[in-house]
Design a protein around this ligand. Structure first.
Ligand code: NDP
Length: 338
């Protein structure tokens, strides 16, 4: 497939134009475009501009509210509740995270929930930003439409429910761990289906519960969780931390992120930030422990830290441009009316 490399800014400009042409306001379009382009910059193509045709269709159908106005309340001193108003998730999350950063120094720990929300893309980017801007240890969770079956069942009920962790590291970018609880993120199977490529064994079962390497059959069936039955239990924990805690739809109640059918997905996100020094060691001691622990890990031959591959991809794409399939760019330019 022929590719064209775009600088980050050009990818962002194109994405924002698609969103505005589809009915999103300038501010949500700008926030969303930035985060989708950043996902592509990090090589996370399944949560980058490839999502725009689906977002555009949902904006046009009213499944995503283009003129949504996220609102925020403060139920307790250290908690933030954001209502995304059935709009794009990124501006709603940005609102919550900016409050988290400002409250953290006084509170030591801050939690934020986002409800009436939508696809949040590469979750690790939010955790990374908060770790960098607030110097915090961060946990981030989102649920997503049904993809994984509970242990013992072949019926998908819950999402691929990613978890992201980030913490500051002295003298370098934050450490970021960002993983879906399915063996593979559903978006990667979506990309394989779009390209007509097979998926590896062990990623999914078909609708009859049989193992499959056919990406389309996998999308109609269920994703397999990491770690077997224990992974399925973690999927339930994330569902409860998001859908239950923020009073949002569970995976089995949420409409698809990928088409314009049904009402808004109304899923939820949860974020927790803990300031170094808030629960024991001083900030200096915590930083020293992070350095010592990660240095010991890196002393093992052939070992790298989670997130460091993405940082390498980020640096390369920042220098050379982000590679996009020509066909995707043609579709996006069409959607943008360019
Ligand atoms: P990956 O399987 O690519 O990576 C999972 C994590 O493991 C990363 O932090 C990765 O670091 C780390 N890792 C992998 N291999 C190694 C290694 N050899 N040594 C050290 N660390 C390693 O991620 P997923 O496919 O699970 O998720 C991709 C993206 O999809 C994520 O951004 C996730 O948030 C997003 N997603 C979003 C959803 C949504 O609804 N919004 C749903 C599902 C997923 P590194 O990246 O550096 O390799």
């Amino acid at each position: 497939m022929t590719e064209q490399r775009l600088p980050l800014d050009a990818a962002e400009t194109l994405a924002a134009a698609v969103l505005r042409a589809s009915g999103a306001g300038s501010d949500p379009a700008a926030h969303t475009a930035r985060m989708l382009a950043r996902a592509d910059l990090d090589g996370i193509a399944s949560h980058g501009l490839s999502r725009l045709p689906a977002y555009a269709a949902q904006l046009r159908a009213g499944k995503l509210k283009g003129a949504a106005s996220p609102s925020l309340s403060r139920p307790a001193a250290a908690t933030i509740a954001v209502d995304a108003d059935d709009g794009l998730a990124y501006p709603a999350i940005a609102l919550g995270l900016s409050w988290m950063a400002s409250l953290l120094p006084a509170q030591g720990v801050v939690a934020c929930g986002v409800r009436n929300s939508h696809h949040a893309g590469a979750l690790g980017l939010f955790a990374e930003d908060l770790a960098r801007e607030a110097g915090a240890f961060v946990l981030a969770f989102t649920n997503s439409p049904a993809a994984i079956a509970p242990a013992g069942s072949g019926t998908p009920l819950f999402g691929t429910n990613p978890i992201a962790f980030a913490c500051p590291m002295a003298g370098r970018a934050p450490l970021v761990i960002d993983l879906s609880l399915s063996v593979a993120a559903r978006g990667r199977i979506m990309v394989a289906a779009q390209k007509g490529e097979p998926i590896p064994e062990g990623w999914a079962v078909d609708s009859a519960g049989a193992p499959t390497t056919d990406a389309k059959a996998a999308l109609a069936g269920a994703m397999l969780p990491i770690g077997g039955d224990k992974g399925a239990a973690l999927v339930l924990a994330v569902e409860l931390l998001t859908a239950a805690l923020t009073a949002s739809h569970a995976g089995f109640e949420a409409s698809s992120f990928f088409d314009d059918k049904g009402g808004p997905p109304r899923i939820g996100q949860s974020f927790l930030a803990i300031a170094p020094g808030a629960v024991g060691g001083t900030a200096e001691a915590v930083a020293a422990r992070v350095t010592a622990i990660t240095a010991r890990v890196l002393a093992e031959p052939g070992v790298r830290l989670p997130g460091d591959r993405r940082l390498q991809v980020r640096a390369r794409n920042a220098a050379e441009g982000i590679p996009y399939p020509q066909a995707l760019l043609a579709t996006l330019r069409d959607l943008a009316g360019a």
